[in-house]
Design a protein around this ligand. Structure first.
Ligand code: HEC
Ligand code: HEC
Length: 324
């Protein structure tokens, strides 16, 4: 009997050790996430913390062998396709951008543009899928963006904080854009409208059209960007009164979950997530409760969207103001 206990104990120890190792290995694989604390210094070290942490750059980009993300351009040396690390590559791209636009791009201007207007120049072989890093949920500040740029410069190039802090003809407009767009949600509202038609209109009315399960969003832009953003990210946290989720169990044991759209003496009407309205007579109700931790608006919604789709739909929402 004693031997069995020891065997089980040893087995458990090995199991726990294995779990810890897997956890460690995964953290290493993603480049090791550092947690940013307090204000950032505009330096490569400050930028490194942002890159592998709050900026979430590491979820899409690796640098050389560091990190595991493979679907976006590697910012270190990467085979024949990207033979120069981003610190040097930026100078090459700047020449290309100067030719394309007739403006005089410095290497630093190119890096500012990558973060301010990623759609302005798309790296060959990749898609327009870079996140707007100054919009929610990433929401980098101007100083954090400056720090990240100095970190990118330090990848094989020359760190030049003065160039970062001195706006040029090209970068002045980009910095202004970051300040203005950051305040308005950041994304591309034109594409956001398409996302809305795909993922939201079945439940929400906008300018008279759409589903009636959630609140009418025709004037949602009169609320703060923070509120709108949280409503999409954490529906249950920013609950809108009048749209509580009800759980009805009828006498046959059937469970109906949805919003109470009617309640009169004879019974209740519950509108389900898919828009179907079910009427249950008072006499058939065994139990009716309100689920305070759940919104009919799906939490998984955000998981099914790319960061860009989310930012674009948010920018579209921020613009919805029919009365001032
Ligand atoms: C959601 C994924 C995603 C995130 C997050 C992301 N990027 Fe990108 N990034 C891309 C994609 C895709 C491209 C290529 C398309 C393009 O050029 O816009 C790109 C391009 C770039 C380039 C240009 C590379 C070159 O070869 O010229 C730089 C520099 C860059 N990103 C830096 C960053 C930094 C710094 C962060 C974090 C603050 C970041 N990115 C966050 C997806 C992402
Ligand atoms: C299955 C139905 C459903 C879908 C799909 C849905 N929502 Fe909602 N939404 C709701 C319900 C119900 C509420 C009210 C309860 C709450 O606050 O969570 C709500 C609340 C909101 C609010 C807060 C409104 C206010 O006035 O307080 C916003 C903003 C919002 N949704 C945006 C969106 C966006 C953007 C999408 C698409 C990406 C979306 N919703 C998709 C059902 C839905």
């Amino acid at each position: 009997m004693g031997k069995v206990v020891i065997k089980v104990f040893v087995f458990l120890l090995i199991l726990v050790g294995l779990f810890m190792w897997v956890g460690y290995a995964i953290t290493k694989m993603t480049g090791g996430e550092k947690i940013a604390g307090g204000a950032v210094t505009i330096s490569p070290e400050g930028g490194e913390t942002i890159f592998w942490g709050k900026g979430r750059c590491f979820t899409c980009h690796s640098i050389g062998d560091r990190g595991s993300a493979a679907r976006c351009p590697n910012l270190g040396v990467w085979g024949d396709k990207l033979p120069l690390p981003i610190g040097q590559r930026a100078a090459e791209r700047a020449k290309e951008r100067s030719k394309q636009t007739g403006l005089n791009y410095t290497a630093t201007d190119y890096l500012v543009e990558c973060l301010a207007s990623p759609a302005a120049y798309i790296v060959e072989g990749f898609k327009n899928e870079m996140a707007i890093v100054y919009a929610p949920p990433i929401s980098l500040t101007v100083d954090e963006i400056k720090a990240v740029i100095s970190y990118l410069q330090s990848q094989g190039g020359e760190v030049n904080i003065e160039a970062i802090n001195t706006p040029t003809e090209v970068s002045k407009k980009l910095w202004d854009k970051i300040a203005a767009a950051g305040a308005a949600g950041g994304g591309d509202p034109g594409h956001g409208e398409e996302v809305f038609k795909m993922a939201c209109v079945s439940c929400h009315i906008l300018k008279g059209e759409g589903g009636k399960i959630g609140p009418d969003l025709t004037n949602i832009g009169t609320k703060s960007v923070k509120f709108i953003s949280e409503s999409i990210l954490y529906p249950a946290v920013t609950f809108t009164a009048g749209y509580e989720t009800y759980v009805v169990i009828d006498k046959s044991g059937k469970k109906i979950v949805g919003i109470k759209t009617k309640d009169d003496g004879s019974g209740v009407e519950i509108t389900k997530e898919n828009g179907e309205a079910v009427t249950i007579a008072k006499a058939d109700i065994k139990e009716i409760t309100q689920d305070k931790n759940k919104s009919i608006m799906p939490e998984e919604l955000i998981e099914a969207m790319t960061v860009k789709d989310y930012q674009d739909v948010l920018a579209f929402m921020v613009m919805q103001k029919s009365r001032q």
